[in-house]
Design a protein around this ligand. Sequence first.
Ligand SMILES: O=P(O)(O)OC[C@H]1O[C@H](O)[C@H](O)[C@@H](O)[C@@H]1O
Length: 271
Amino acid sequence: MPVIQKDDRVVLQHPKGASAEILYYGATVISWKSPSATGSQPTERLFVSGKAALDGSKPVRGGIPVVFPAFGTPTHPDHAKLPQHGFARNNVWTFTSTVMDNEAGVSVKLSLVPTEAIRAQFDHPFHLEYVVTLAEHQLTTDLHVQHTGLSTTPPFEFQALFHNYIRAPANEVHITPLTGVSYYDKTEPTEQARATPKVENRESVDVQKYTDFVYENAPGKYNITWPSGAIEIRAKNLKDVVIWNPQQETGSKIADMEEGGWYVEHVMTEN
Ligand SMILES: O=P(O)(O)OC[C@H]1O[C@H](O)[C@H](O)[C@@H](O)[C@@H]1O
């Protein structure tokens, strides 16, 4: 049975060896293993901190947490009651259905609707559906956001982001193509400097020092390469991309980050 529903997660198994695990808590993909194009044994592609809580007590430090409806510290007045990165990553989602189950892909759908606790923070009629599809060499994550109110119900503003923690030797990776793209540098110490856009002039971006850059209107297709591997990320309808690596400087202050976890690189796609 390639889709196995367990108490706290669903496990996807592809006939060609790939697998994925999705926690119902946060709909967080906590494992994605796939063979490489040259046919190696399936390898873990995501980083999950050894200190991450997987029991629903706090968002998972690793994998692919879903960020919705606000990225970072909320700035929109409508988001004022939300925690950092919103509520999607720390609520329990419902398994809805198996969408597909064959060699082309193993795909499941999870959903999240407003609860009392969510309404207290974000009082809007929404329905989220999250479809995760596992192919032999590819993992696809699709978030569908629906406004379920009447046509007279006011619209709501949201941001969405897949907080991918990519497993790679962070000090050796190169990320392209971001040359000429403007970005906000969240590592700057002052509000004014953080709000002043910079332009990326490097041919390839690295994360050898503490990096927290929000690239705007980015190309949507990114190559992350290192001497012994590579991964390609394609984003659709997600116009921005965030590259974050806390390095020792800030990683050592994150309670649930394992020692040295920052040697693994993190790239996220945002809208
Ligand atoms: O600790 P978290 O709430 O999971 O956030 C982890 C990180 O997420 C994003 O990458 C932000 O750009 C960072 O500023 C933040 O530190």
